[in-house]
Design a protein around this ligand. Structure first.
Ligand SMILES: [Zn+2]
Ligand SMILES: [Zn+2]
Length: 151
């Protein structure tokens, strides 16, 4: 579901608090980039976010957008998800949730489920580092793409 005004305001408050806590300077650019990520359910890539932010800050470069996204992704404010279509995608939903990923068009949407909460982090994953969370990725063909097939 597209984030409502309340959700966006809540996420902006979290952003301000987290930046203060972590010593991240709140610049106009950084704030607009964050707002773009958290105002959508689309899990956009950096190019898409750049296109949106440019409407408010015409001079902003893709490189600046990308560097800020990487910085924010090092906090818990946004997350990097899947690498569908070769691009990193960014997620503004900081609450635990799972993803439906369309293998055809790259659509990513959030869904909630209790099922994976009972999953323990597999020991075999610890070989690579300290696990932070477990999340479920359901791959499929989205309703939009399935509609195309039937025609
Ligand atoms: Zn699709
Ligand atoms: Zn998500």
């Amino acid at each position: 579901m597209k984030p409502g005004r309340d959700t966006i305001e809540q996420r902006m408050r979290t952003f301000n608090a987290a930046c203060a806590r972590l010593g991240i300077k709140i610049t106009h650019q950084r704030m607009e980039i964050f707002r773009a990520v958290i105002s959508t359910e689309e899990h956009p890539d950096a190019e898409t976010i750049h296109r949106w932010v440019k409407k408010r800050i015409p001079t902003i470069s893709l490189d600046t957008v990308y560097r800020n996204l990487r910085l924010l992704a090092e906090t818990d404010l946004i997350a990097i998800v899947g690498m569908s279509q070769e691009n990193l995608r960014f997620d503004g939903n900081a609450h635990p949730h799972h993803h439906f990923v369309c293998v055809r068009c790259g659509m990513i949407r959030d869904f909630a489920s209790n099922a994976p909460d009972s999953l323990q982090t597999p020991k075999t994953a610890r070989v690579f580092g300290e696990p932070l969370s477990v999340h479920l990725e359901v791959k499929g063909i989205c309703t939009g793409c399935r509609g195309d097939v039937r025609r």
